[in-house]
Ligand binder design. Structure first.
Ligand SMILES: [Zn+2]
Ligand SMILES: [Zn+2]
Length: 174
């Protein structure tokens, strides 16, 4: 969905939109949107810029860092983004103005792409690491079995190379 800036009158406009779960596709292999996404907010004109403030609610899944099991991550992201016309973006003056407290984005063709805003803000809200459980034992590096589910018995083999290295070291010293 795009907000057509021509239609904006007065000092601002409220907007809201619902997306189906599969409408928002994240550019991230280990994270995905699995529930409908809602965005609501307000757009205000400020000289040549537009300020968008509001909230995004979504349901994401992130793969567990250790075992790759999908972990549910509810998303509730408040945003405040200043949209600068593409032609002015390069001027450092504008960039400095918002550097500290506001996200900044660019618009062109007199419209703002809400889908892009939603994707960016959801990515910002994602945890860098997710674990299905603090105690997750992860996948076996030897056979790939999920160690939370089965004891594959690879553990001794895994230690072998280290003992082998120690043994080699000892031989050298003799
Ligand atoms: Zn896990
Ligand atoms: Zn194994």
């Amino acid at each position: 969905m795009r907000i057509e800036l021509d239609k904006l009158q007065g000092d601002g406009l409220r907007f809201a939109h619902n997306y189906e779960a599969d409408e928002i596709v994240l550019d991230e292999e280990h994270a995905r949107i699995v529930k409908p996404t809602q965005i609501e907010g307000r757009i205000e004109r400020k000289a040549s810029e537009y300020i968008l403030r509001g909230k995004i609610t979504a349901g994401a899944q992130v793969d567990c860092d250790r075992c790759l099991k999908a972990v549910d991550v509810p998303v509730e992201q408040n945003f405040e983004v200043a949209y600068v016309p593409q032609s002015e973006y390069a001027s450092s003056e504008t960039a400095e103005l918002h550097a500290e407290d506001m996200d900044q984005s660019v618009f062109s063709e007199n419209s703002i792409d809400l889908d892009e805003l939603v994707r960016e803000q959801i990515m910002l809200s994602m945890p860098l690491r997710a674990l299905c459980n603090e105690e997750c034992k992860g996948l076996c590096p030897v056979c790939g079995a999920d160690r939370n589910v089965e004891d594959c018995g690879c553990e001794s083999k895994e230690i072998d190379p280290r003992w082998a290295a120690l043994a080699a070291l000892k031989e050298d010293q003799d």
